[in-house]
Design a protein around this ligand. Structure first.
Ligand code: ATP
Ligand code: MG
Ligand code: MG
Length: 406
């Protein structure tokens, strides 16, 4: 078959465009998690070749990539030799060696988005500074180096106080809440201490969390996906509702902030802008991801062009696609590991099988080597005629699953 055939092609031939795609530029992706996997799936429809760099031999994207190079995206030499085999370099995770990317860029490597963007975003404190300098509304924040500075921030911002690590944050791992001055030491030690590099944020009293995905092409054309609502559980994205059930004014404000944020960053690709909506109708920026995002999984089934295809088009300089929804409503449910190993797999598998019998539901199982508690293992998207209908269908899947596991 085709797959085993490609395995036999010598490396130099395999990396060259033997089979012509919509574009013959090989897309190199730093990171091979679920986002990389879905990116490969979108590229594959256009016969665009994607090479992924990921240290795990059994990473999700390895299942579908044109080529998977096993290696660290945080190691300069590895990234450099990988970059030389690709026509354009992009990311599915921001925790990559940005210093090497800047150097490679100076040597002529085509990074999209630009290394400067990755550098700003991967340090959340630097990111906040950047956006505040660009006049984008944010919760107050402050760098902290010791207990005295956190206490000072607590006096200024009040409690609860959000303490965050500047780097390597994802799924809320890197966030700790101090509900009072007494809780500062335990919150800080939960994050690994001051040496890790911490900052604090004023508590954002949000009524909803929203997200806007903005795509920018190489010609600087921009296109925005509809505003969605994200519902987090233990700081992890859990459910996404599209479109968000908010006023037109809030949608307008959200898109305006998202565009301004992306406008302040360089390079092509999709960017996810996470937002807080407060009770008085204010919209604040939480953070930006310079890549496809969990809040855009639903676009695979619900939009004319998915965020993954859009990212591929953007970095390759192809025309951007239509980001609008082709169905009235969609809901996305993240399947988080509920238990370790086999018992965890069993629970997730029951849920997916149940989803298979629900109209409008699609399942995505990332194929991670092991189920772990709170790890993102897969997701379910349900499309339908209205938000209330897709919510009902999701309830139907979840309640049945609870019945069976009890
Ligand atoms: P991601 O997986 O999105 O990259 P992360 O680890 O970078 O997550 P954040 O986005 O900073 O973490 O925070 C995760 C969640 O914690 C937010 O979506 C929100 O629910 C909550 N949160 C973050 N900052 C604040 C804040 N200042 N006030 C209140 N809640 C907050
Ligand atoms: Mg983050
Ligand atoms: Mg976040």
């Amino acid at each position: 078959d085709d797959n085993s055939n490609t395995k036999n092609i010598p490396m130099d031939r395999k990396d060259s465009p033997v089979v012509r795609g919509v574009s013959d530029t090989v897309v190199g992706v730093l990171g091979g998690g679920q986002l990389g996997k879905m990116l490969c799936q979108a590229a594959s429809r256009m016969a665009v070749k994607v090479m992924v760099l990921d240290p795990l031999a059994d990473c999700p994207a390895g299942l579908v990539a044109f080529r998977h190079v096993v290696g660290s995206f945080d190691d300069g030499d590895t990234v450099e030799s990988f970059a030389k085999r690709c026509g354009v370099l992009t990311v599915e995770i921001e925790h990559v060696d940005a210093v090497t990317l800047e150097r490679l860029e100076r040597q002529g490597v085509d990074c999209q988005p630009k290394a400067s963007t990755i550098q700003i975003i991967q340090d959340k404190y630097l990111q906040k500074l950047h956006f505040s300098q660009h006049g984008i509304p944010l919760a107050d924040f402050m760098q902290v180096d010791d207990i005295e500075s956190v206490k000072k921030a607590g006096d200024m911002f009040g409690y609860p106080l959000m303490i965050k690590s500047k780097k390597l944050a994802y799924d809320g791992r890197g966030n700790a809440v101090a509900r009072s001055q007494e809780e500062i030491p335990s919150a800080v030690s939960a994050l690994g201490g001051y040496g890790r590099g911490l900052y604090v944020e004023k508590w954002a009293p949000f009524v909803k969390e929203l997200s806007v995905i903005v795509a920018r092409g190489r010609d600087n054309s921009m296109s925005c996906y509809p505003v969605v609502e994200t519902i987090h559980k233990d700081n992890i994205c859990h459910i996404v509702e599209a479109p968000a059930n908010v006023t037109e004014k809030v949608k307008y404000l959200s898109i305006d902030i998202a565009k301004k944020a992306v406008d302040s960053l360089e390079g092509a690709g999709v960017f996810a802008v996470e937002l807080f909506l407060t009770s008085d109708g204010q919209v604040l920026l939480n953070e930006v991801a310079p890549r496809p995002h969990n809040s855009g999984h639903h676009t695979i089934e619900s939009c004319y062009t998915s965020q993954y295809e859009q990212h591929v088009r953007a970095v390759l300089g192809l025309p951007l696609g239509d980001p609008s929804m082709k169905v009235p409503a969609a809901i996305m449910y993240n399947i988080l590991g509920e238990d370790e190993g086999e018992p965890g797999f069993y629970l997730a598998n029951q849920l997916m099988k149940r989803a298979l019998s629900i109209p409008g539901a699609s399942i995505h199982w990332y194929g991670k080597p092991e189920v772990r508690k709170l790890r993102k293992m897969g997701h379910i998207t349900i499309v339908g005629p209205s938000l209330s209908v897709v919510k009902e269908r999701l309830d139907c899947i979840l309640n049945e699953e609870r019945l069976q596991s009890n």
